[in-house]
Design a protein around this ligand. Structure first.
Ligand code: G3H
Ligand code: ZN
Length: 337
């Protein structure tokens, strides 16, 4: 039933050829076999009721996906695993999605598969075809990820995504206000409460609205320069005015105390990307440095060297798992699955 609606939606909205639709229908039906893949709405609503947040961690490759699932299993934590559209510059997202679906079938915790920062309707539909159970339409910026969209443009594209996603039971996250980006040192504009209330109302399609809202509250993507000023007071105002799960983006580098205050004030989903990549990088750098010494000694002795890259990647994956598990405990989601 769900798969049928999906095909129809894709046909109507994408105008793809029939062969592509058939392939997507089969793929989406198969991907729905995982009992554990749930819409993120269920997870963030539970989090809101329970006063904790669900971590949303970015998977850029197979090792990252494995680390994310391993941490969730270890901590018995509900999970949002997310993929951004920029992944396309590295791999076809369908390939990564296949890995994630396989991991999801084996896990015992509830998992939502989420598109992070979808910037266009067309691209968001591509991820729906892959069996994603949740999408973010980031209408705050144009497709280039830099040029701001007007309020009206943001409303229009968000509404269109809601219209397509709702028939599939896929959750939708939107964004109002603009998050700081890497390299921006000037003050970050916070999400305006009145504008957020209007936005949530304006994007409704036939009574269906968004399931969670990403808000600008002083965080920024990537590593901070200096100490961030996180406005949990603004989170509280937004939460009271909207009564909706709110999302903290740019979770990297936010002090633990600010994360806790944010969650108390109404944050139900925290996005973490850079920090877990740093954990991965630091671990493999150390291994590579050790390997260099080993290889130099082998050269000196005239011995053969083994280039087993698994021995370099595995410690990176383990370090990433530990970093994610620590965040799950901080967010209070550990033990909630
Ligand atoms: O959407 C993803 C994030 O907001 C992650 O930000 O790289 O600063 O952790 P981050
Ligand atoms: Zn983000």
């Amino acid at each position: 039933m769900r798969a049928g609606l999906c095909s129809l939606t894709i046909f109507v909205f994408m105008g793809y050829n029939l062969r592509a639709i058939e392939i997507s229908k089969t793929y989406r039906r198969d991907s729905m076999k995982s009992k554990m893949l749930v819409p993120s709405k269920e997870l963030v609503q539970d989090a809101k009721a329970g006063g904790y947040a669900v971590g949303a961690f970015n998977a850029v490759n197979m090792e990252a996906a494995q680390a994310i699932f391993a941490a969730a299993e270890r901590e018995k934590s509900p999970l949002i695993i997310q993929v951004t559209q920029t992944t396309i510059s590295y791999t076809e997202p369908e390939e990564l999605a296949a890995v994630i679906h396989t991991l999801a079938e084996r896990t015992t915790v509830p998992v939502a598969l989420h598109l992070d920062h979808g910037r266009s309707f067309r691209l968001t539909m591509r991820f729906l075809k892959m069996g994603f159970t949740s999408v973010m339409i980031d209408g705050s910026l144009q497709e280039d990820g830099k040029t701001p969209r007007s309020y009206e443009e943001n409303v229009a594209v968000t509404k269109k995504v809601i219209e397509a996603a709702r028939s599939l039971g896929v959750s939708v996250e939107a964004e109002i206000g603009r998050l700081g980006q890497i390299g921006e040192d000037s003050g970050i504009a916070l999400t305006d409460v009145d504008e957020a209330v209007k936005f949530v109302e304006d994007v409704k399609f036939d009574g269906t609205g968004i399931d969670m809202l990403a808000v600008a509250i002083g965080t920024r993507h990537g590593l901070f320069k200096g100490k961030p000023v996180i406005r949990s007071d603004r989170v509280k105002e937004l939460s009271e005015a909207l009564d909706m799960p709110l999302v903290m983006h740019g979770g990297t580098g936010v002090p633990d105390e600010d994360v806790r205050k944010g969650i108390e004030a109404g944050i139900c989903k925290v996005n973490i990307d850079t920090q877990i990549r740093v954990a991965f990088y630091d671990a493999i750098r150390d291994v590579v440095m050790e390997k260099e010494k080993e290889y130099a000694a082998a050269d000196a002795a005239g011995d053969p060297k083994k280039y087993d890259i698994r021995k370099i990647l595995a410690p990176g994956r383990d370090a990433m798992t530990d970093a994610i598990a620590e965040k799950m405990r901080l967010f209070g989601s550990a033990g909630k699955a």
